[in-house]
Ligand binder design. Structure first.
Ligand SMILES: *[C@@H]1O[C@H](CO)[C@@H](O)[C@H](O)[C@H]1NC(C)=O
Ligand SMILES: *[C@@H]1O[C@H](CO)[C@@H](O)[C@H](O)[C@H]1NC(C)=O
Ligand SMILES: *[C@@H]1O[C@H](CO)[C@@H](O)[C@H](O)[C@H]1NC(C)=O
Ligand SMILES: *[C@@H]1O[C@H](CO)[C@@H](O)[C@H](O)[C@H]1NC(C)=O
Ligand SMILES: *[C@@H]1O[C@H](CO)[C@@H](O)[C@H](O)[C@H]1NC(C)=O
Ligand SMILES: *[C@@H]1O[C@H](CO)[C@@H](O)[C@H](O)[C@H]1NC(C)=O
Ligand SMILES: *[C@@H]1O[C@H](CO)[C@@H](O)[C@H](O)[C@H]1NC(C)=O
Ligand SMILES: *[C@@H]1O[C@H](CO)[C@@H](O)[C@H](O)[C@H]1NC(C)=O
Ligand SMILES: *[C@@H]1O[C@H](CO)[C@@H](O)[C@H](O)[C@H]1NC(C)=O
Length: 541
């Protein structure tokens, strides 16, 4: 598989020799939190640098298996996997010293049946956790090797990390951030250890786990005879979406690393043990699979579509800024480029620096989603659920908007907003958008026959807030709306049609126009009637 031949030319040749068909599954994840959290390395404390976290939405500084397992949801596709996975957040440093976060393009986790003895995989035990990579590395370590012998040659452990720059043409992958102008994104990749000593759930130096001789193939060392599935993680960064890039700017990982040699990732197990065991047996050793979850019956059961929207990014547990433009890296990490290692002093704040607040992680239970029935009261008292309908972004059925609220949207807040604006109809969409109106566009009731209104509300995971181009509409039955505006004049009558997007680079209704500080619907209509026009449109108040 191409994604594993990420290594130096010598290594690529020897991996290619093996040429085995692989069995695996591949799981996509959205980001669930960003912040200085790392319950593996710094349990109970704020971690030294900011992480991009995917998986269980209950990850906090104290997380345990039970907490993860009982989280409300996971931002990954398979809901029987409540594990958490995290890696350093990537930033861009402007020449003036400010930092800005690099947009996250998603994470993919590969569970691969690899290496000798791959038909006898041990499921991750409850409480198991591990760390791959070395946050302090700033150069390639060619001397620390995996275990190997004459039959199964070893290789540098540093090969666990690699980068792919998705640009024009094929650029060979390298173990450091070799190019950051990547039109289709920069992909950081890391292999986790797949051999276990069979005893420890975790050791601070990670000596409870070890790599196979070739990292993604080969044998386990005699000291670590238990074989796990081979876990491989890919993280996408939309590097070219960072605005105002200029010569002298540089990409830097949250622990102050401009090289990428210090890329690392953590895994805290939250799998349903029976499901994982069954999946390893049935889906990690049937060769030639495409990796699609739907090919694995036991995983398909808890596979969710729209996983990102089912478990949206939650508010950070640590009360400090980690995205947007900042004057320092969270945790005061010093920016270093090697080749010498970064030490603890490079990666910590002065003792007297202010400490951000920490929101307690609360025990939770998986949240069931409540789907209202058509005709039922839902949300605030008096609001009736009308159903789920296809919407059209260029001609919305309801066209007054409150915009989107990334982490706070609920059915009730949308209804409140619409009521406050004087509207009786409220519609949610995309998990975070709200639209209002008193009448549907053209007075045409939408067809409430759509499916796909399954995006959980960003601010209330127990409810849905529409879907992609799908609205869920509520009617405030306690209030009678004013009649639709019409303008009667001797030469005709104007009837309200609704709100439309103005043409870009010109006017949709371009023949005649005027602007006035005393504009009314009547004055506009009369003007247009006078010009013998069929259409009249108002904008900008
Ligand atoms: C540095 O430059 C960036 C990009 O132009 C800007 O957003 C930021 O505010 C600047 N920082 C300072 C301290 O001027
Ligand atoms: C490791 O890298 C150093 C510095 O580039 C080089 O001098 C040395 O020969 C390399 N060792 C091996 C085993 O490749
Ligand atoms: C290498 O290690 C494997 C696995 O432990 C073992 O089966 C094999 O005999 C070893 N080969 C040599 C040449 O020592
Ligand atoms: C972490 O655990 C400790 C010990 O149980 C507890 O005192 C503390 O409040 C917890 N912190 C958070 C943020 O949950
Ligand atoms: C959306 O509305 C626009 C404007 O009325 C129309 O041209 C377009 O065909 C509609 N699209 C769909 C998919 O209905
Ligand atoms: C949405 O966000 C805006 C801006 O933060 C806030 O003023 C408003 O109250 C929020 N509305 C809801 C419904 O949460
Ligand atoms: C729902 O109604 C719309 C508009 O009448 C129609 O285009 C669409 O095919 C219908 N969809 C289903 C699933 O019946
Ligand atoms: C909303 O409820 C009112 C009061 O029951 C009713 O007259 C009106 O027709 C309803 N509107 C829609 C679009 O169903
Ligand atoms: C309005 O503009 C359109 C398009 O430019 C043109 O075809 C039409 O004749 C104009 N109508 C009047 C009344 O000027």
């Amino acid at each position: 598989m191409k994604f594993c031949n990420t290594l130096n030319p010598v290594a690529v040749a020897s991996v290619a020799l093996l040429g085995v068909a692989d069995a695996f599954w591949r799981m996509s994840c959205g980001r669930v939190q960003t912040g200085r959290i790392d319950p593996i390395v710094t349990p109970g404390r704020i971690s030294g640098h900011a992480h991009t976290i995917v998986g269980s939405n209950n990850l906090g500084i104290n997380s345990t298996y039970d907490q993860l397992f009982n989280a409300q949801c996971t931002s990954c596709e398979i809901h029987d996997d409540m594990s958490a996975y995290w890696s350093p957040q990537l930033y861009y440093r402007y020449p003036n010293g400010s930092f800005v976060d690099v947009p996250n393009g998603g994470t993919i986790l590969y569970y691969l049946g690899r290496g000798v003895n791959r038909n006898n995989l041990t499921p991750y035990p409850k409480g198991f956790q591990m760390l791959a990579g070395d946050a302090g590395a700033r150069s390639y370590d060619n001397t620390t090797m995996t275990w190997g012998n004459a039959t199964y040659p070893n290789r540098p452990i540093a090969d666990r990390v690699s980068f792919a720059c998705l640009h024009e043409g094929f650029l060979p992958e390298k173990p450091y951030m070799f190019q950051t102008n990547c039109k289709n994104g920069l992909r950081a990749q890391i292999h986790f250890q797949s051999c276990w000593n069979g005893v420890d759930l975790y050791k601070a130096d990670n000596s409870h786990v070890a790599y196979m001789s070739r990292i993604d193939e080969g044998v386990c060392p005699p000291t670590h005879p238990f074989k796990f599935v081979h876990l491989f993680m890919e993280l996408y960064y939309s590097v070219n979406d960072v605005t105002n890039q200029v010569p002298g700017g540089t990409f830097v990982f949250s622990q102050g690393d401009t090289t990428g040699y210090g890329f690392h990732a953590d895994f805290q197990n939250g799998w349903n043990p029976e499901v994982l065991a069954e999946a390893l047996k049935t889906c990690a050793s049937n060769e030639g699979s495409s990796g699609a979850i739907k090919e694995c019956p036991i995983l398909r059961k808890s596979n969710v579509d729209n996983f990102k929207w089912q478990c949206p990014e939650r508010a950070p547990q640590i009360g400090e800024q980690v995205v947007g433009v900042m004057d320092k890296l969270p945790g005061c990490n010093r920016v270093t480029s090697g080749p010498e290692r970064a030490g603890a002093a490079d990666m910590s704040c002065p003792a007297d620096a202010p400490k951000p607040s920490v929101t307690s992680t609360v025990d939770t239970v998986p949240i069931a989603t409540v789907y209202p029935q058509v005709g039922e009261e839902a949300g605030n008292p008096g609001w009736e659920y009308l159903g789920c309908a296809q919407d059209n972004a260029t001609a919305r059925a309801l066209y007054a908007t409150m915009g989107s609220n990334l982490t706070t949207m609920t059915v009730e807040s949308c209804q409140n907003f619409c009521a406050w604006k004087g509207y009786v109809l409220a519609a949610t969409q995309f998990g975070r958008e709200c639209y209002c109106g008193n009448y549907f566009r053209d007075n045409k009731t939408p067809n409430f026959n759509a499916t796909g209104c399954d995006y959980r509300c960003a601010g209330d995971l127990s409810r849905t807030c529409g879907g992609s181009s799908k609205i869920e509409v509520y009617n405030n039955t306690r209030v009678t709306p004013p009649p639709p505006p019409t303008v009667q004049a001797s030469s005709g009558k104007f009837v309200a049609k609704g709100c439309y997007k103005e043409k870009t680079g010109g006017r949709a209704l371009g023949n005649y126009s005027f602007a006035s500080d005393t504009m009314t619907i009547e004055s506009c209509s009369k003007f247009c009637l006078g010009k013998k026009c069929r259409w009249a449109g108002l904008e900008f108040g």
